[in-house]
Design a protein around this ligand. Structure first.
Ligand SMILES: [Zn+2]
Length: 210
């Protein structure tokens, strides 16, 4: 499903993450879903968008949970894309998941995806190296599992931290966002600032022992 020119969303299968395809010629993916789904479904899904999956050059991972990194090896085998993930999670990933990370991201890095530049925003809380990607010109935010259209990422898993999550989501309320592209469930197309504010008031209402 095309969200806007240059960005399409492939909805997550089962509990797998959404996968976003950015660009028209040279392509980038944001997240990779569950193991097996790239080979069995996403290649065809990308082709049916009129795009060539062999042109995937970059794979940005919003955080290291298995429902986001499951497809990394399949993508790398298929088209030798460069893998990009926050530096905090890169070492763990290389050891546990058995693939190399070519680009270790830091807060404030600018990465070109399609014909747009995205700023890396480190948003720990759901996981220690969670990132969001923001394009100020078009007011687009890829939010991983930090926030959703209606709700926030869980913190009751190893590496989760509710206090960090609150701080991270507060940072997101300071952005101007029209289009919110989360790691799961539906995107928000138009006036996503409202959703982010609601997500923040929800997370603020949670106890720090949550
Ligand atoms: Zn997650």
């Amino acid at each position: 499903m095309e969200i806007i020119d240059q960005i399409a969303m492939i909805p997550g299968r089962s509990w797998g993450s959404n996968v976003y395809v950015v660009g028209k010629g040279e392509l980038a993916l944001v997240d990779s879903g569950l193991t097996g789904d790239f080979r069995s479904h996403f290649i065809k899904d990308i082709e049916s968008l009129g795009l060539d999956p062999l042109n995937i050059k970059k794979l940005v991972i919003t955080h290291f949970h298995p429902d986001h990194i499951g497809g990394v090896l399949e993508v790398v085998d298929f088209c030798a894309a460069e893998v990009m993930i926050h530096e905090i999670e890169a070492a763990y990933i290389e050891k546990k998941a058995g693939f190399n990370v070519q680009v270790k991201l830091k807060d404030g890095d600018i990465i070109p995806l399609g014909n747009m530049n995205f700023k890396v925003i480190h948003t720990p809380g759901h996981s220690p190296g969670s990132i969001c990607l923001y394009n100020a010109e078009k007011k687009i935010l890829f939010s991983g599992d930090t926030i959703f259209a209606y709700g926030v990422g869980r913190t009751d898993i190893p590496g989760g931290d509710i206090i960090e999550l609150k701080k991270s989501i507060k940072k997101l309320t300071e952005l101007d966002v029209e289009i919110l592209l989360p790691g799961h469930d539906v995107p928000v197309i138009g006036n996503a600032n409202e959703n982010i504010k609601l997500d923040y008031s929800f997370v603020e209402s949670l106890s720090n022992d949550y």
